[in-house]
Design a protein around this ligand. Structure first.
Ligand code: ZN
Length: 154
């Protein structure tokens, strides 16, 4: 059975950046299951899995525009320390949930702590990065009607 829209696909993958550093991997875990054609995974990877069959292995390079997007400078902001009143100690790498411009929840990470302010970054951690996937297809099946309706795997 070939991977097509409305297939439920199980994959094992290892994700490395351009320096060869492993960013994420399904090794030692259950394979990742996704509904093909529903935007569950980044487009650059999804497109390359079309027509694959069980047992296929591939190396896929994904540019930022087909991955987590380009870095958006507007999502990087320096805020006065008072804006974090009530939190004992702010450290680089801390994550907060903030309200985005459209009112939706947005995750930001503290990237710099200085005396005159704190810099936060709302970009996805993988934005602006070229991503290299080693991916293998473990299972392919047809999605159920409910899964297609919901747009995700049950
Ligand atoms: Zn559901």
């Amino acid at each position: 059975m070939k991977v097509q829209n409305n297939s439920v696909v199980s994959i094992h993958y290892t994700l490395t950046n351009d320096s060869g550093e492993v960013l994420d991997s399904s090794e030692g875990k259950d394979p990742l299951k996704y509904l093909h054609g529903a935007g569950n995974i980044i487009p650059g990877l999804e497109n390359e899995l079309l027509d694959c069959v069980v047992g296929d292995s591939k190396q896929v390079t994904v540019q930022p525009k087909d991955g987590y997007g380009e870095l958006n400078e507007q999502l990087v902001q320096k805020l006065p320390t008072e804006a974090f009143g009530g939190i004992d100690k702010i450290e680089e790498g801390m994550e907060f949930q903030a309200e985005g411009p459209d009112g939706s929840a947005q995750y930001v990470v503290v990237t710099k702590v200085e005396e005159d302010g704190i810099t936060i970054d709302g970009n996805h951690a993988l934005a602006g990065q070229v991503l290299n996937f080693d991916v293998s297809v473990v299972e392919v099946r047809d999605a159920t009607e409910t899964e297609i309706e919901h747009g995700h795997v049950h």
